[in-house]
Write a protein that binds this ligand. Structure first.
Ligand code: URA
Length: 239
């Protein structure tokens, strides 16, 4: 973003006045006076006006990560285990995951510094849709599928109605692949739901979050969301 716009967005002055501050030599980038309003500010730049740092402004960024198993969904881990932050190499941005996937779960995970959107997407009120593929032990019968759809008791609270279907049967292994569509996001919900009907999860993958899929993005890679995708996310949570 250009320097004048950056200062305006940071609330230092209007765009016109910011241009004047710059041409007057009152603005430094990394300690050097920069008199070009069109200078493109980098994430790593330190900008000062009259020697006072400009802070509290960070451009919003939204990424879709195809999380592989083996990474935990936190910003810091006190035990120094690999985290999703090790996969998203965006220096200077204070990103964090939107919600969580268990360490052994793979699939779509949004990473952003957009606190407003992250709160909305994880708020139960909006019932954002998540689609999971769960490989489970045994082949659930009609009754088990109905129970999962209607809601099962987890820690004293029934789960909300869910879409559940068998996507594949691995008859030789006596296992099945279930597709579950949830509008809640309780901790370890899919594993607890499947466990409650005696079909423990062997492997879990999140195929979709709020309409976003990994598509051809390889496991361990990430991409920036397009402006249209970000607009669509906001549309989903407009009340
Ligand atoms: N449900 C789970 O059990 N684990 C996840 O990682 C996500 C949903």
């Amino acid at each position: 973003m250009r320097l004048a716009k950056y200062l305006a967005r940071a609330g230092v002055a209007s765009r016109r006045r910011a241009e004047k501050l710059i041409t007057a030599g009152r603005v430094c980038v990394n300690g050097t006076v920069t008199d070009r309003p069109q200078y493109r500010v980098q994430d790593s730049d330190t900008v000062t006006v009259d020697d006072r740092p400009v802070k509290g402004f960070e451009e919003k960024a939204h990424f879709l990560l195809h999380k592989p198993p083996g990474y935990i969904s936190t910003v810091d881990d006190t035990h120094h285990r690999p985290t999703v932050m090790d996969l998203v190499k965006e220096t200077g941005k204070r990103l964090y995951p939107v919600g969580r996937l268990d360490a052994d779960t793979s699939g779509v995970l949004l990473m952003t510094n957009d606190g407003e959107l992250a709160n909305l997407l994880t708020h139960p009120r909006y019932g954002v849709r998540k689609v999971y593929l769960a490989r489970v032990a045994g082949i659930p019968d009609k009754k088990a599928l109905e129970q999962l759809r209607a809601g099962v008791d987890i820690e004293g609270k029934k789960t909300a109605p869910a879409g559940v279907k068998i996507a594949r049967v691995f008859a030789g292994d006596n296992e099945a692949l279930l597709e579950l569509t949830l509008i809640e996001g309780r901790k370890r919900q899919v594993k607890k739901m499947c466990g409650a009907v005696n079909h423990p999860v062997i492997r879990l993958h999140r195929q979709e979050f709020a309409g976003l899929r990994a598509g051809r993005l390889p496991e361990g890679s990430y991409r920036r969301l397009t402006e249209e995708e970000v607009r669509e996310l906001y549309r989903r949570v407009e009340s």
